[in-house]
Unconditional design. Sequence first.
Length: 180
Amino acid sequence: MKSLLKIFIPLFMTLLFKGCGSDNQVNLKIDLELETHVKSFISTLKDNGVSIPFKNYREMRSVEISDTEDSHDYGICIIELNENRFADTVLLESAINRRVLIFKEKIIADFPHNYEQMLKLVVYHELIHCILEKEHDHSTDGIMATNVSDLLYLYPFTLDNLIESSLTPDYLKSLNMIGH
Ligand SMILES: [Zn+2]
């Protein structure tokens, strides 16, 4: 009945294909420690006039801390697709569930002095994948850079500005959509 296929997009993104029923409720579970960042992500998008695709938001199930010890990533966006989709359907139109996992211990281990900033950055990065369906940014040093850990070394004193400017319409428009 179920088929599983994982595609790894470098570092932070996984698509998980899984066949199961669809459900239309908004039922988003957020770990307490991540709640501030998720709320500020949504409110900053609204303040900046960026429209939030309702279907994608409705499919968000959780933004959670995971204690997977062997993770090489700081976070991951998992999108589950209905395997019974029509062949000509745009890939993510058949999404049924979206989840973000944050690997807190890995962030603390690598950024003991900048943990809070990096946590916010990783939450934003994964939400841009999962809700806005944006790809990595291969051309600049923005928040969607494939290797976000470099950003701290590139912008040690302006990381907050970089995080905030990542939610502007211009930056978001410059990113490619996943699956296109
Ligand atoms: Zn990523």
